[in-house]
Ligand binder design. Structure first.
Ligand SMILES: *Cc1c(COP(=O)(O)O)cnc(C)c1O
Length: 391
């Protein structure tokens, strides 16, 4: 299916970015989904149910931990960690999948499908499907299923069916195409559960809504601890879901700097140009032929040539800053946080930690910085072991 053609809808725009650029049959499915989401968004009963599962299943609220040792060795502003790593399944992704599966249940569907690259979103989706007793099909590029055999097994253990997509290059993009084809065919009883703040409207808006719980909590927590807002909030950006959730409640607080950190190896916001990718418009890394450029980051979750439309807008409007951190800087931060605080961060989150260490030194100790610790690093320990062995 060619996602890059056909019509434009004027909904779900952040400045010039976002929208929905999909074939007509898929647009009908998106319109229906938008209507259903708008109904639940401000529905007290829905929100009560969402809060219930965040508390009883995910384990929220999670702490805003003062990283006292890291602050001492760094010098400068106080460093706080928003502990998404303590959530059930070990990352922020669970917030969004719980929200979307509750919406799917409301819509009366009994089958959920999702795409996954490295497998993290697939595992989160399979987890909530197991919990809610909903049939789950995960599309994954053949090449990715071979590289991430353990995550495939994990999804199967949770009762999901993993479909290895052989078409194309056997990568994430091919898995997305297959999942969309499935959705168009089976939309009456199937919900497509998308994993980041990307894709056609209403997905970016919906994912932000569910991830905003991060900054809703952190704002209350920092005001309790410091009596004032932080000087900066720092988060890593792949598709941008943990970052938009960490920023959401500070966007209208101009004195708080919002800093997104991308890998130097996939600098979408730093070097991208406006283009349509996977059904929406955003800053995108393109090759000479104008095709999305293949990227490689040591952090699988940050390895994406596009980014959420709202981040694209926050960048061009100047409200947020986006910086890059290299793989080796992230690897160093991974070790520093492990040794100083006894917290092993995900390689994705290590990018945010690395930049926070730089920024803290430039600020006085009367200021504070919130690092969104998007996930824990247990999944990365073997990879880091192999990387350090080579050095
Ligand atoms: C998936 C993932 C990311 C990147 O996704 P975003 O949508 O950019 O948040 C970051 N950190 C962790 C731990 C992840 O699992």
């Amino acid at each position: 299916m060619n996602m890059l053609s056909e019509k434009t809808v004027s909904k779900g725009y952040y400045g010039d970015f976002g929208g929905s650029f999909v074939p007509e049959d898929l647009q009908k499915v998106m319109d229906h989904l938008e209507g259903q989401f708008l109904k639940v968004q401000d529905d007290p009963k829905f929100n009560e149910e969402f809060r219930y599962y965040l508390r009883e299943y995910v384990g929220r609220e999670n702490p805003l931990t003062f990283a006292e040792n890291l602050t001492r060795v760094t010098g400068g502003a106080k460093l706080y960690l928003k502990r998404e790593d303590l959530n059930h399944t070990g990352a922020h992704k669970i917030n969004n999948v719980v929200g979307q599966i509750l919406l799917a249940k409301r819509m009366g569907v009994n089958r959920v499908i999702a795409e996954t690259g490295a497998g993290q979103h697939g595992v989160a989706t399979a987890t909530v499907c197991a919990m809610f007793g909903i049939e789950c099909v995960i599309y994954m590029g053949k090449l990715d299923t071979e590289r991430q055999a353990l995550n495939v097994f994990r999804m199967e253990l949770l009762g999901a069916k993993v479909v290895a997509v052989e078409k194309g290059q056997g990568r994430l993009k091919d898995a997305v195409d297959e999942a969309l084809a499935d959705l168009v065919q089976n939309h009456k009883d199937t919900f497509y559960l998308l994993g980041s703040a990307v894709g056609p409207h209403p997905y970016p808006t919906m994912v932000k809504h569910f991830q905003s719980v991060i900054s809703e909590e952190s704002k209350r927590q920092i005001l309790e601890k410091e009596g004032k807002l932080p000087a900066a909030v720092i988060a890593c950006t792949g598709g941008g879901s943990n970052a938009i959730g960490a920023f959401a409640h500070y966007i209208d607080e101009p004195e708080v700097r919002l800093v997104g950190v991308e890998p130097s190896e996939a600098p979408t916001l730093s070097e991208g140009v406006p283009a349509v990718i996977h059904g929406f418009k955003c800053l995108t890394l393109l090759d000479e032929k104008g095709e999305p450029k293949p990227t490689y980051s040591i952090a699988a979750g940050l390895d994406y040539p596009g980014v959420g439309p709202e981040h694209s807008f926050l960048k061009v409007s100047g409200r947020a800053e986006y910086v890059t951190i290299s793989g080796s800087e992230a690897l160093e931060a991974f070790q520093i946080l492990s040794r100083t605080e006894g917290i092993i961060p995900a390689l994705e989150s290590s990018h945010a930690v690395a930049h926070a260490i730089k920024l803290a030194k430039e600020l006085p100790d009367s200021e504070s910085i919130i690092i969104n610790l998007s996930g824990r690093g247990d999944k990365d320990v073997e990879q880091v072991f192999n990387m350090l062995k080579k050095e």
